[in-house]
Write a protein that binds this ligand. Sequence first.
Ligand code: PMV
Length: 337
Amino acid sequence: MTRIICSAPGKVILFGEHAVVYGHPALATVTDQRTYVQVDSGAQRNTVNGHRMHDHHHRYLMTAVERCWMGGPVDIQTDGGVPSASGTGSSAALTVAAVSALAAHEGIYDYATIAQRSFFVERSAQGGGSPTDTSVSTAGGAIAIAGHGETLGLGPKLWSPTFHEPDQEDLRWNVERVSIAPMTVVIGNSGVRGRTSEEVAKVARAMQRNAMVRDTLQQLGDISRDAVPYLRSGDLVEVGHLMDQAHRALHTIGVNHPAVQGLVDAVRDLPGTFGAKMTGAGGGGSILCLTEQPERAMNAIREAGGIPFAVEVGGQGARLEDPELTVVEGSHAPKLR
Ligand code: PMV
């Protein structure tokens, strides 16, 4: 038996959600929430946290094992530090940590390979979606990404994830490194579950009917570009302004939700708030608030009916952990053994 433990972080989309689907840039960064995956080779059968691996309950892990693993049965233990269904990248963190651990068993620890395999696994398991989450969770720090193979020129190139759809031209994205100053942001989960595929389809329909939606997507991409120097220098006032602008633009393209707007309204005019926007696909999901008074913003989100958490962004991406590690994450009991 060989034991390998890897971990990978959650993410937030700072700017450019939806615009990225049409080749405009998006910026994403990692949070300090991490999911840990331990893979023991030489097991009797494939198990996850002591249960037989099941395609319904363990969709991402099963896809990872089926598509990225040539060895025998594996015993997998997970400790998910990234809250699920909140637009903060829990499935990507799980996928990247699992793919990293499986690759490390083969002696591979190359980020471009891990990013490509993780994207392949996530997209195969969920159908649709861009490599934003899996790439940033692998790379750490912050990234710029654009679809349609567009080159951005916002930072050093990292990799170009691709996906082959039968009877279609291969899909291709470009991912670049963007350096950002360390920041604390407050995330507020509305508790309303948005469906990424539905919101993406809604924008596609609106785009065909309405030139203003096309212009607004272009504007969202421009905001991503404009934000890069301010993120780099840590100019929170300017980043906050751009967040407010991006939120209005996302509202214009029809992906805002009353519960999400309620959270934005609750934090927007608080002392210490630089800016606030929805993050991710919308139709529910979470907001992102840039503030120098995180406690105040968290209380306001709670009072408005949301679930708040403060995260540090821009930290480490996927990493190999010491196999002797015992994980005790926040309220999580140590589940890895
Ligand atoms: O809701 P999330 O965090 O999965 O973000 C979706 C971002 C979109 O741009 C709307 C879709 C995509 O795949 O890029």
